[in-house]
Design a protein around this ligand. Structure first.
Ligand code: FES
Length: 119
């Protein structure tokens, strides 16, 4: 059985981090947050999460974001749920949306609805 999980992908240079895209505090859209020093700040109540492992840097959130393993295989980004050991569908790097909001080409923030195989 497959389910969709919103995943926030953050690329800086060659490194790509993936954490949950829905704020663990009250569901804020982390892809619309601000990004600095390897962290994302939620646009709703300013919780800050570390993009490298999803932990709460400061609240009001008290629960960490889920963190996902990421690898690039044949030009595609593959995301895997580390805790549940589930394989996710592939996200193509070249098809990633580009934003025109002042972020640099190497600091892309992507949100993907990633289908995760639950079996
Ligand atoms: S919803 Fe993100 S800090 Fe409240």
């Amino acid at each position: 059985m497959a389910e969709s999980i919103p995943v926030l992908l953050y690329r800086e240079g060659e490194a790509i981090d993936a954490i949950g895209a829905v704020c663990s505090h009250a569901g804020g859209p982390l892809e619309d947050g601000s990004f600095a020093d390897g962290c994302v700040e939620c646009p709703w109540h300013n919780s800050v999460f570390d993009l490298r492992d999803g932990h709460v840097v400061h609240g009001p959130a008290t629960f960490d974001e889920p963190h996902y393993q990421v690898r690039i295989q044949d030009g595609q980004i593959e995301v895997r749920n580390r805790l549940l050991d589930l394989d996710a569908d592939v996200i193509l790097v070249d098809e990633a949306p580009h934003r025109e909001n002042g972020r640099t080409a190497t600091d892309e923030i992507l949100k993907e609805e990633t289908a995760v195989d639950g079996e």
